[in-house]
Design a binder for this molecule. Sequence first.
Ligand code: FPP
Length: 265
Amino acid sequence: MTIITRESRRKSLGKPRLEKAPEHVAIIMDGNGRWARQRGLPRSAGHRQGTENLRRIVRAAAEFGVRIMTIYAFSTENWSRPRREVMLLMRILETVIDRELQELDEEGVQIRHIGELDGIESRLARKVAEACEYTRDNQRLILNVAFNYGGRDEIVNAVQNIVRAGIAPEDITEATINSYMYTSDLPDPDLIIRTSGESRLSNFLIWQGAYSEIYTTETYWPDFGRGAFYEALVEYGNRRRRFGKTDDQIDADASNYARVRERTI
Ligand code: FPP
């Protein structure tokens, strides 16, 4: 009998184990429209192909050891797109829930929604809430779907709720604000990936992304497959995160950590 472990599965798919996988990866899935235009296809074909790619990347993320993934599926600004395209993106989310929920659940994916359900058609809003509830105990990968999400909106909501809670100004710290964000129980993203050659955050996780590493690529989202995703994670592993410190401080922290670890093992 062959026992398929996560290790052997990785090996069989030809990707060496990552030394340092980011715990939380956020993705701005950009370039669906240009991907379609390049092929003389309607924008809807780009979104459909982008959805196919999302399936691949969610599975790859779990396989590569990523624990949390946040995807930007529909921003508060996307309402200004042509009505047909807005409707299509709503339908896509509904179809993804209808067709994929069972399999995602079996694969241990916990679906969460970040953003406002208010303003979304009630049937879809109910499906989103049910998908979150159905998968709430899964632990392999947390998939945050940012839908009708805006980073500034999120901060405005947080401030309103802090005021409503009657918290005194002098008691408000970063931790207080963090505890009112949609992602309050999650670590900040280690890595934010944006496809299609753009280098902006576009109102995505603007609070949580303060120290995230940013990776951009010219590749359009539908073509950003498993191999490209793996490359992004490898590059992340080669970066040195300083959180405002100097290189010397980081070196000292690393050797202190190694000393403490040696003593405690
Ligand atoms: C940006 O490409 C992409 C979006 C606004 C939507 C992203 C949606 C998907 C990948 C499909 C999966 C969706 C859900 C709801 C699960 P763009 O249209 O701005 O491309 P362009 O900049 O080339 O025009």
